[in-house]
Design a protein around this ligand. Structure first.
Ligand code: AMP
Length: 406
């Protein structure tokens, strides 16, 4: 595979797939969080400094799914024009904008780019061909650059035109990962292929059904799997424990038992909460209590792990050399049920300080780590929720494969 650092960009146009799918103010369309734009800057700046020109493409929202009431596309809401001002400020250059991501205007604008210039294309998802991975649409995009760079890990699990199919129009010497994507892939591969042992995976979140594939794959590589969050209760109920009104997927009880049996067969330790914080309703102001997992009243529900579980899980984390964390331990959005997730975040940070490699991935655990200001205390925070999950499920990400292929 070609590395971005080995490519000569001088006098060339790099077509870069970035993830500028940033949150916007609902009324003014001002950017409310520019993290994703900042994350793409190192790749863009490297190419500009090398004397190349840059053509940027991205999606923003789901314009073909969120149509106006009359069925028309809401161009005003979903235009990437909202990004131009902020991107110009961050790059300290006047970013040009193409009103259509393909076609004659985009082509002539890209052809007339001078070294150091940046052109942003309109939202690729204004075309049906984007999400369909349409060949013809991808080919039209490919005409806008001499070299293709993918720096959008968050969409690498989608075989869309701008994330995957477009790469087929560039040979292996004319395509590469950007810095952001390279770091994502390298860190994920390190965890999956060469984890220093003991390797502990912390899997939380709402549902077993969302996480079953990742757990099954982790049974092949992890030493310990720590279970937390709503999904614990399916495991507990499967073992005959009364869980009251806690979240449970009745149709996944056998799946949970099967996982526990497989873990036993493979010598993988699975940890399930031994105590929890219960509430009489799903409400920040609910009455709460801290009880053993065997003492859940029929009409109460478990919304966080308890202090003994925190101690147990923290010890396992402290003794680990590689840690993967996906999903919160409780309903951390409500302060009353935050302690478990917070303690686990601190345990991961401490283990990292003591030399473990820790990777946090998946929307909610990333949000939790950031909530407790621990983002820079773990080894790597992944930007790709769904993509990271699919990677650890053992799937090949089409956006990654397309760069590696001839
Ligand atoms: P996921 O997107 O699958 O990682 O799930 C994250 C969501 O699970 C968060 O919104 C949490 O509030 C929720 N969650 C975590 N623990 C529980 C629980 N014990 N009961 C209900 N929801 C939970």
């Amino acid at each position: 595979m070609n590395q971005i650092d080995h490519i000569q960009f001088a006098g060339k146009r790099a077509l870069i797939r970035v993830d500028f799918n940033v949150p916007l103010d609902k009324e003014t369309y001002e950017i409310t969080d520019d993290t994703r734009i900042r994350a793409a800057l190192p790749t863009i700046q490297k190419i500009l400094q090398d004397g190349g020109a840059v053509v940027l493409m991205s999606h923003l929202g789901r314009p073909l799914k969120k149509l106006n009431e009359d069925g028309s596309i809401n161009y005003e809401k979903f235009t990437l024009k909202h990004i131009v001002k902020r991107l110009s400020e961050l790059l300290n250059t006047n970013v040009l904008f193409a009103k259509d991501c393909i076609g004659d205007e985009a082509k002539s604008l890209s052809q007339s780019l001078q070294p150091g210039q940046v052109l942003l294309l309109e939202n690729t998802r204004f075309y049906k061909g984007e999400e369909k991975g349409d060949e013809e649409f991808a080919q039209s995009l490919s005409l806008l650059g001499d070299i293709y760079i993918n720096d959008a890990f968050g969409t690498a699990h989608r075989a869309h035109a701008s994330t995957t199919i477009v790469a087929n129009f560039f040979d292996v010497n004319h395509k590469a990962f950007g810095y952001l994507m390279n770091a994502e892939v390298a860190n994920a591969e390190k965890v999956i292929h060469q984890p220093e042992k003991p390797f502990t995976a912390i899997i939380g979140g709402a549902k077993v059904s969302d996480k079953i594939l990742i757990i099954e794959n982790l049974l092949e590589i992890a030493n310990n799997i720590i279970i937390g969050g709503g999904m614990s209760y399916t495991f507990l109920k499967a073992q005959g424990i009364k869980i009251g009104k806690s979240l449970c997927e009745e149709d996944k009880l056998d799946v949970a038992l099967n996982v526990l049996q497989k873990a036993k067969d493979k010598g993988v330790q699975i940890f399930i909460p031994v105590d929890h914080i219960i509430a009489d309703k799903f409400d920040p102001a609910a009455n709460t209590n801290s009880v053993s997992i065997h003492e859940t009243p029929e009409s109460w529900m478990g919304l966080d792990i308890g202090p003994q579980t925190i101690d147990l899980y923290s010890q396992i984390i402290f003794n680990s050399k590689t840690i993967l964390w996906n999903g919160p331990m409780g309903v951390f959005e409500m302060e009353a049920f935050q302690a478990g997730t917070k303690a686990i975040a601190y345990a991961v940070a401490k283990a990292t300080e003591n030399g473990a490699f820790s990777l946090v991935g998946g929307g909610d655990s990333v949000a939790a780590v950031n909530l407790f200001n621990l983002g820079d205390k773990v080894s790597f925070v992944s930007t790709g929720g769904g993509a990271m999950l699919e990677f650890f499920e053992g799937k090949t990400l089409p956006g990654v494969a397309a760069i590696l292929q001839q």
